[in-house]
Structures are given as structure tokens and as C-alpha cells.
Ligand binder design. Sequence first.
Ligand SMILES: [Zn+2]
Length: 130
Amino acid sequence: MQECPRCGAQVEKSQLMFTEAGEVCDACHAGMSEPSTGAPPMAIAALVAAVIPFFMSVNRQSSVTVNGQTTGSYMDYVALTGGSAAVILGAIALLPLVRATPRNNRALALVVGAVVLGLVQLLRAFGKLG
Ligand SMILES: [Zn+2]
């Protein structure tokens, strides 16, 4: 029997494999063989939702007069929907990515970008930004 340097499990010497990360047991190797560099569908969905409002806009501008004071209100529904969806989907996609080992930095960056863009869309939705 021999100890796996990675997880410490006692395994037969024949079960140890040579990898780039050194000698590992079957179980470790199985876990390592899926580096999951692809972006999860949820992350893609979040990004799409965050980007669409840049190309589409359904907005309503109105002014309300209350006690002689005129207040303008602006609302972009595409930005509101897309931004909310991006933030929610991004938050859902973020959790497993943060926990994943090895960390999928590319997907993580994608999701963080989608959430930030989603927040930008929410600001645009209320006319707070360009
Ligand atoms: Zn192991």
C-alpha cells in the first residue's frame, strides 16, 4: 500500500498515476480530469441578459406634476428586465464557481462581468446612466 500525496488515501501502488501535478490516486485523477474550463450555461445566460439592453430599448418617459412640482420619470423596461435577470442568474452561477476546485477563473470572470453589467443596466433602466 502507498499513500496518495494529494488526498492521503492508502491505495495500491498500481493505482497511483503520474500526472502533471505529481503522483495521484484514481479518485484524485478522476477529480482532476475535468478542469471544466467551459462557461456554465447559467453564466452565458446572465451575460446575454446583461448585453441585450445595449441593443434594445423599450422605455417610457413621463412627467408627473405634484403640488406644482414637475418630476420627470424614466424607465427602460428592457434594461430593467435584462439587468435583473443578469444579476439573479449571475448570483446563481457564481456560487458553484466559487466553491469549485480547481477554480474556473475564466467562467468566474465571465459571471462577475455579467453581474456588473447587470447592475449597469439597472442604473440605465432608471435613467441614472447615459
Ligand atoms: Zn488521492
